[in-house]
Design a protein around this ligand. Structure first.
Ligand SMILES: [Mn+2]
Length: 270
């Protein structure tokens, strides 16, 4: 796969052309490429905003109405926490997937943290409650109005495990850590630069920030990611960030890829 992709590499400057050293001028980036007769939609961090997910699904269906090729939608993770309707977002993804689409669901750090809480509520899992888990518990009808710092964590974990449908647990447990297609790699947070995708550590795929977002390295793929919020989607030569902070901005973003084209769809825009 990688050898094939190398054929798509073309020379391009890093954007600081004239005064840069020859070394930097030889920087190459992967040419945007998706197989023909194929359209890929990639959706950023939803964080419990069922309203925005429904709106974006409708926008996507309208967008692809006249398209005859194959369709795939990739979700970048962080479906839960922060927004009030985490359970309802998972219900929608499980029960009403986009018709006539292949689907790929990536794991986000928030889903990973929820799974850790279910496995080990008194240890490392407890941290989840402090960065969004409380509101997700409430969306399942657990701990409403009485989640306190001194609440018995095992009791809270058992209540959540009782309320969590098996379909949700199966869904969370089968999410992928990354997905590659054409010259793109899709992952929740990013990758550690200069490490091949097969050798990445899960902690980096789910949590990495500055070491990835500030890197100008040419990765083996164009990396499409969420996790780090930017006011506008960032379309750069080596990465595309589409977490536009939906839970607080109302802007949920989808990247649309077809051939060498890259464009955006977004809620809250006319
Ligand atoms: Mn995240």
């Amino acid at each position: 796969m990688i050898k094939l992709l190398k054929r798509w590499l073309v020379g391009s400057t890093s954007g600081q052309a004239e005064s840069d050293t020859e070394e930097k001028d030889t920087q190459v980036h992967v040419t945007p490429y998706l197989p023909p007769d194929r359209r890929l939609y990639c959706i950023g961090d939803i964080h419990g905003r069922l309203d925005l997910l429904e709106e974006l699904h409708a926008i996507i269906l309208a967008d692809c109405a006249g398209f005859d090729g194959s369709r795939i939608v990739v979700y970048l993770g962080d479906y839960i926490d922060r927004g009030a309707q985490s359970k309802q977002v998972l219900d929608l993804l499980i029960e009403q997937p986009l018709a006539c689409f292949e689907t790929v669901y990536l794991l986000g750090n928030h889903e990973h943290a929820m799974l850790n809480f279910l496995k080990n509520p008194g240890g490392i899992g407890a941290a989840w409650l402090s960065f969004g888990g409380q509101v997700t518990c409430m969306s399942y009808g657990v701990g409403v109005g009485r989640i306190r710092l001194n609440m018995d964590l095992d009791q809270l974990r058992n209540e959540l495990a009782d309320k969590l449908p098996q379909s949700h647990l199966d869904f969370l447990n089968t999410m992928r850590h990354f997905y590659t297609e054409g010259s793109y790699c899709f992952v929740h947070a990013g990758i550690r630069p200069d490490v091949s995708i097969e050798d990445q550590e899960l902690g980096d795929l789910l949590w990495i920030r500055d070491e990835f977002t500030r890197s100008r390295s040419c990765h083996e793929f164009i990396v499409v990611h969420g996790h780090t919020i930017s006011l506008e989607a960032e379309l750069l030569p080596n990465r595309i960030g589409i977490d536009t902070g939906a839970y607080q901005t109302g802007l949920l973003t989808a990247l649309v890829l077809e051939g060498s084209d890259q464009r955006l769809l977004q809620t809250g825009r006319d």
